[in-house]
Design a protein around this ligand. Structure first.
Ligand SMILES: [Zn+2]
Length: 259
């Protein structure tokens, strides 16, 4: 059983630290800033054996050069389809990387859309999905396409419902405000707002989420649900039948009027 710890970085990023119980090494996902991670490693008397990167954005990779200096044997896994300084182990769809210092089996999923080469790590009933899926939301489209992101989210939707979702930002309450715009009648969204607010008031992260909860409350995973289709058609002013088009209407609605 892996121990998975959120380490706060910047305003609202989480660096996820993974380790086996009793191990002297840890692995970090998306260390955008080395300082909070180095502090945490020191507090826990751990060394860093590997880094897993999901995509090239600075707030996910910015700590890599300093971490490689601090740990010269560090293995840095990242997407083969993106140019990221410091990656030593480029990964493709279906790869099962041998991660030093961690007894865990992860499989690589290519999930483009937020960026063109974005990958995620699936294993141990967990998905480390970077900025593709957020709790109650999803990433914006930068150098990928809307259709890519729509298809990547549909792919996530097919994973086992108990999969824990470890995304990289604490955007949950903000995203739920938009989910309520889209589905004002949804009991599940209202209940989730209450429970996530309680966590934030206690200073706790709202993550990880579960895919089951996302399927019930995240508008971007619900593009086949009648209430979402109706909301998208109202915004678009026409009938919509294609899931990627429904996704695009909702994503652009959020970009335009909510964010
Ligand atoms: Zn990003």
């Amino acid at each position: 059983m892996l121990q998975i710890t959120p380490i706060k970085a910047f305003d609202d990023n989480y660096i996820w630290a993974l380790r086996n119980p009793g191990a002297s090494t840890a692995v970090a996902v998306d260390p955008g800033d080395e300082t909070p991670l180095l502090n945490w490693l020191q507090e826990n008397s751990l060394t860093l054996s590997a880094v897993l990167l999901t995509h090239h954005h600075y707030d996910h990779v910015g700590g890599v050069p300093e971490l490689r200096e601090a740990f010269p044997d560090l293995k840095v896994f990242g997407p083969a389809g993106e140019s990221i300084k410091g990656v030593t182990e480029p990964l493709h769809e279906g790869d099962r990387p041998l991660i030093p210092g961690l007894d865990a089996d992860f499989q690589v999923l290519e999930l483009p859309g937020h960026t063109a080469g974005h990958i995620a790590y699936l294993g141990e009933q967990a998905l480390f999905c970077g900025d593709t899926l957020f709790a109650a939301g999803c990433g914006r489209v930068f150098d990928g396409t809307m259709t890519q992101l729509a298809n990547s989210l549909q792919r996530i939707a097919q994973l086992p419902a108990e999969t824990k979702i470890y995304c990289a930002h604490e955007y949950t309450l903000d995203n739920l405000g938009f989910a309520r715009w889209v589905e004002p009648e949804s009991e599940a969204v209202m209940q989730r707002i209450d429970s996530e607010q309680a966590k934030r008031q206690n200073g706790e992260p709202t993550l990880p989420s579960t895919l089951q909860l996302e399927l019930a409350t995240n508008p971007f995973l619900r593009t086949q649900v009648p209430s979402i289709v109706t909301a998208a058609e109202k915004v678009a002013g026409k009938t919509l039948t294609d899931h990627a088009e429904i996704f695009m209407v909702i994503r652009q609605w959020k970009d335009r009027e909510y964010d």
